[in-house]
Design a protein around this ligand. Sequence first.
Ligand SMILES: [Zn+2]
Length: 102
Amino acid sequence: MKRVLIAPSLLDAQLAVDALSSLGITTHIFNANAAGALGEVPFMQAQPEVWVDDDAQEARARGALAGLRDAPPRAEKRCAHCGELNPGNFLSCWQCGRALPD
Ligand SMILES: [Zn+2]
């Protein structure tokens, strides 16, 4: 396993995971539970980290994340299930995990 991202928030980590999973790259988030799910993140807690399972995918994952950073933001999407507003490039609701519309 290789760490490809230290995310400033769980939202950013989830964004990266969604982007990588859409490319068929399997990832895990570490420290996900250290950050509050509702954005109440005490500054002393560890930041979420995104790791790719397959070391051979590290370069591809880093390339994809670089592209993600440079991409213009897309309109936010509201979850039909729980009503939560999600960043436009999320594939699933960060709050309830349901699939979001394209
Ligand atoms: Zn939801």
